[in-house]
Each structure stands twice: as structure tokens, then as C-alpha cells.
Design a protein around this ligand. Structure first.
Ligand SMILES: [Fe+2]
Length: 289
């Protein structure tokens, strides 16, 4: 719980001005699934019970509503997500950029619409704290999103269990992994939501998490063709800026996210919706009557 960028950025008014200029000077973006990178990955977990085999988790992150993504775009995107037959939705932070006023209801209405059989779970990002963490927690509550800031939720499917847990933003020193560990039922496959991907350095050392899902980097808003990585790496996304990594025994997945920060540009780096399908490595026991 230490870090170089804990303070709300200075010159907030300048950043808000840039956001306004970007929002009003460029034509509105309309949502189209053709312009989305729907990334589908399979993750095999050693102790995953057969009841969670093929369990589909969809992650949305870094919406930065009001900066590139407008309320109509988000609403259409959520309608598209609702067609994808998802078991669980995860939200990994930065719902706003530098302006929250005028966008709160749109975010709440969109999150209310999100459908998943086993629920919607979220954590906050650094921008959410810089804007107003309490307002965002209220949006979560009103829209049925379970707030996993330094918390744990255990899912049960027949005789099998899966832990979904989360840490609050590392950038603003609100992460409390000890609190998560104290609440964590042991011996169950465990997924951690952490806005900042480089938190994997810390979480992986515990040996308690199988998979960490993150955003924050936006893929640098530029992916080098053929190399599938980015040279533009901000604080807390320097080590694991985009895609899949193995960190100690933990799998780290970093999404390119949906929105943009500061500059409304993405080069070879489409907005991303991620679907993670969990696979059990256990052999299926067939009951013979
Ligand atoms: Fe962030």
C-alpha cells in the first residue's frame, strides 16, 4: 500500500477542459460490434470443480464515460453484452475520467441493464477515487453490482465453489490485500479483480489467487503490430500492460479496456470486451447407476 501517484492529479481543471474539448470537438462515436475487439480466452484452473467448467466471465473496464464513450454508446454496448450468454460480469474500474456530473445516471442505467446469471461484481479505479468513490459505490448499489473493494464473494454451484474477490485501487493506496486474505475461504479456486495490473507482483506472492483480472493500461492506446504489446506504459501498468501473463503461479490478464484517457485516439488497439471461459483440469466423474 505504497506508491508514487497517490494524490488527485493537479491541474484538474485543465484535464477537465481537455476532456470537454475532446468530447465536443470530435464527432460522436456510435457503438458497433465491428469496432470492438471481443477477446475470448480459456483459463484452466487446477482445482476448478466440474460445475464451473465452461463458466463464462465477461469483463468490462476503463469505460471513462464522457470521454470518447458517450451514454448512448455505453447503452448500446451493454445491449450487445446482454446477447453474449454470460454467467458472471466483472467490472475493473475507471468508469469516469475527469468529469462525473451529468454522467452518473447514464452509468447507473447501463449497469442496471447488465445481465449475468451469477451476478455483477466490481472494483474501483484511480479515476473513480479522484472523482467521487462514494458516488460510484452508490451507483453499484443502485444497479445491483456487488462492490468487491477489499472483499470476497464465494459462489456455489451444486457441490462446487469459486471465490471472486477484489482489491480497491492500488494507485490511490486503497488496496488492502490483508483484509481480503483474512476473509478468503481456502481450498477454493480464486479470482481477484484489481484495477492496476502490476498489483500482480504483490497478489501473486501470496499463492492464494489463481487469476487476476485488470485494466488501467488501455493497452497504451497503441499496440505494436506483430508484437502485441505497447511501449506506452503508465504507472502500475509497466510490467503487465496488455494480455496474458504468468506471474509466479498466478495468471494475470490485462484488458485494453473500452475508453480513453486524455486523448481520444487508439491505434491498432480497439476497445476490448473480454470473455474468460474457465476450464476444469479435473477429470469428469461419470456416475454409473
Ligand atoms: Fe486507471
Amino acid at each position: 500500500m505504497k506508491n508514487e501517484e497517490t494524490e488527485r492529479p493537479s491541474a484538474m481543471k485543465v484535464r477537465q477542459g481537455i476532456q470537454d474539448a475532446m468530447t465536443y470537438s470530435l464527432p460522436d462515436k456510435k457503438f458497433s460490434e465491428k469496432n470492438i475487439d471481443l477477446v475470448e480466452i480459456n483459463i484452466e484452473l487446477d482445482d476448478l470443480g466440474w460445475n464451473f467448467h465452461n463458466f463464462r466471465i465477461l469483463n468490462l473496464t476503463d469505460i471513462h464515460l464522457g470521454q470518447w464513450i458517450n451514454p448512448e454508446y455505453l447503452s448500446d454496448l451493454i445491449d450487445y453484452v446482454n446477447t453474449l450468454n454470460i454467467d458472471l460480469i466483472t467490472l475493473t474500474g475507471d468508469y469516469f475520467s475527469y468529469i462525473i456530473e451529468g454522467y452518473e445516471k447514464s452509468l447507473e442505467d447501463s449497469f442496471k441493464k447488465l445481465k449475468a446469471r451469477y451476478g455483477k461484481f466490481g472494483v474501483l479505479g484511480n479515476h473513480d477515487h479522484w472523482m467521487n468513490a462514494e458516488k460510484i459505490r452508490k451507483i453499484f448499489k443502485n444497479s445491483g453490482v456487488i462492490d468487491l473493494s477489499n472483499d470476497v464473494f464465494t459462489l456455489k454451484k451444486n457441490e462446487d465453489y469459486l471465490n471472486i474477490c477484489g482489491v480497491d485501487s492500488y494507485t490511490v493506496c486503497e488496496d488492502d490485500l490483508d483484509k481480503v486474505i483474512a476473509k478468503l475461504p481456502r481450498g477454493i479456486p480464486t479470482i481477484l479483480l484489481a484495477h492496476e495490473p502490476d498489483f500482480a507482483k504483490e497478489s501473486s506472492q501470496t499463492g492464494l489467487f489463481d487469476l487476476q483480472i485488470s485494466g488501467h493500461s488501455h493497452g497504451g492506446q497503441f499496440i505494436i503490430p506483430k508484437f502485441e504489446t505497447t511501449p506506452f506504459r503508465g504507472p502500475n501498468s509497466t510490467k503487465y500492460p496488455v494480455g496474458l501473463y504468468k506471474v509466479n503461479d498466478m495468471i494475470q490478464y490485462t484488458s485494453k479496456g473500452l475508453g480513453t484517457n486524455s486523448f481520444r485516439i487508439r491505434i491498432n488497439c480497439k476497445p476490448e470486451i473480454t470473455i474468460i471461459t474457465l476450464k476444469s483440469s479435473k477429470k469428469h466423474k461419470i456416475k454409473i447407476e
